[in-house]
Design a protein around this ligand. Structure first.
Ligand code: ZN
Ligand code: MN
Length: 484
């Protein structure tokens, strides 16, 4: 009998905070600036330069902690983590050791956070991944390796960096994907970080081990590096977990190693074997006093936004849309505000949701809703024109296509294209009289009980009106006249 194995995954996520300036100096935080232009003696690590704490970074970290249900103790402090850092000349990183800002907490996973193809087969629905801690530290510089030389850009050095450490409680590649998706949502919702993995604003280290089902002791932990997207994390784990299981089944013994994910190759590749755990000789940074957190937490509480999962529930209750639609809208902060603006103006919020999720999203084909010419106001105006019968649903699609291209107001487009449906009863009544007089056969059929004959007559009226008659109104008039 072959042994069955289970995987245990823990994630360490580094998030660059969205502050104006760096963690311990007043240099600008700016992505893509000319190398080494946002630097000073503090972030260059000059001896004797003194760090000054960025309070906004503390507030944002506390906000992340509040959103994820962490405990925040009355005091936190900063420590030096000593190590040889080629990209950090002072050779220690200011981080937090035994008194981080946030401890504990959970990341609640939900169905739509999973990869699309895995949403129907979630092993543990509504699983909550416990956190160990969230602490604050400084980012290091960035090294570039060229053909014969290497260069270091210190613009990134000293950027406030939040480290979120999960318990090893993630059981699959799909759960890791969902965990990172939720974290990214929370960061964006809180205005804590733009959390763009391509820009390195959210970076993820993965620890993964496997062990036989029914055993208690964790297997040998292997670390994965170089993961540049959430789907990349999933792909790396889908490769690495079976690799470890296969290795053990063949009688091998795994070593504690660090492996690099090669996305082109679709494999993890050995980088180095860890001989021993590092001793970083942490000690309190003598240049920084411990921090009392009460004021910071109070300020963070004032900024606490509605959480994505609360917004989803509220959308269902307030606008009567389906839980699924509410979830898709709430997953994307800008899409959810767009929806809400339009839904408040339109007569039927439900059709606002439908049009956003079908027509608008497919027209956008991946580009952000903020850049689109269809304002929430014009979408609401268009849907109301359909709702009150001014134009038909099919004409609505035509107007939408034009609106998406030109951004003109729906009413203007309807007038320019001459699409307005004729609902004016006196005009329609004379059309109906004309059609009844000209078609004695179908009229007799209808009167003798073949009610479907009315469709032919409706079609004739439609023709006379050149397609502009409101079909519901024609139906009413014809029925009334034929039953008289
Ligand atoms: Zn600086
Ligand atoms: Mn770190």
């Amino acid at each position: 009998m072959t042994t069955e194995y289970i995987a245990t995954i823990g994630l360490e996520v580094h998030v660059q905070l969205k502050t104006r300036t760096k963690m311990f100096c007043s240099c600008k935080v700016e992505y893509g600036a000319e190398p080494n232009t946002n630097v000073c003696p503090v972030c260059l690590g000059m001896p004797g330069a003194l760090p000054v704490m960025n309070e906004e970074a503390l507030r944002l970290t506390a906000l992340a902690g509040l959103m994820l249900d962490c405990r925040i103790d009355p005091v936190c402090k900063f420590d030096r983590k000593n190590y040889f850092y080629p990209d950090m000349p002072k050779n220690y990183q200011i981080s937090q050791y035994d008194l981080p800002i946030c401890q504990g907490g959970t990341v609640p996973l939900h169905d739509l956070a999973y990869p699309k193809d895995a949403q129907k087969s979630i092993a543990t629905p509504n699983k909550k991944i416990p956190l160990v801690r969230i602490h604050l530290e400084e980012d290091v510089a960035k090294s570039f390796h060229m053909e014969n030389t290497s260069g270091i850009d210190f613009n990134r050095a000293g950027t406030p960096l939040m480290e979120i450490v999960s318990e090893p409680d993630i059981a699959s590649a799909e759960e890791a994907f969902a965990y990172l998706t939720v974290l990214q949502q929370v960061m964006i919702y809180g205005g804590i970080s733009d959390a763009d993995m391509e820009k390195g604003q959210l970076r993820c280290d993965v620890n993964v081990s496997v062990r036989p089902v029914g055993t208690e002791k964790y297997g040998t932990k292997i670390e994965l590096k170089n993961l540049n997207s959430i789907s990349g994390v999933r792909r790396a784990l889908l490769f690495e977990i079976p690799r470890q299981i296969d290795f053990l089944r063949k009688g091998g013994t795994l070593a504690q190693e660090t492996r690099r994910w090669d996305d082109d190759l679709g494999e993890t590749v050995l980088m180095r074997i860890k001989e021993s755990a590092h001793d970083y000789r942490y000690f309190p940074d003598p240049d920084l006093l411990p921090v009392r957190t009460d004021g910071i937490v109070a300020a963070a509480k004032e900024r606490l936004p509605e959480l994505p999962w609360d917004k989803r529930a509220r959308f269902v209750a307030e606008y009567g849309i389906s839980d699924y639609d509410a979830g898709v809208l709430a997953d994307d902060l800008s899409l959810s505000s767009y929806f809400e603006k339009a839904a408040k103006l339109a007569k039927k919020p439900k059709s606002v949701a439908n049009w956003i999720l079908n027509d608008l999203l497919s027209a956008l084909s991946g580009s952000p809703v903020s850049a689109c010419k269809v304002s929430p106001e014009s979408l609401a105006e268009l849907l109301d024109l359909i709702e009150d019968g001014t134009i038909s649903g099919r004409q609505g699609k035509e107007v939408f296509a034009e609106l998406f291209e030109s951004g003109k107001s729906p009413k203007t487009i309807v007038d320019e294209k001459g699409l307005r449906q004729v609902s004016d009863t006196s005009a329609l009544e004379s059309f109906c009289d004309e059609v009844i007089a000209a078609n004695p056969g179908p009229v007799a059929d209808f009167r003798s009980g073949k009610t479907a004959a009315i469709n032919f007559l409706k079609g004739q009226v439609m023709k006379l009106s050149k397609g502009k008659a409101n079909p519901n109104v024609i139906g009413e008039i014809l029925t009334q006249k034929l039953s008289a």
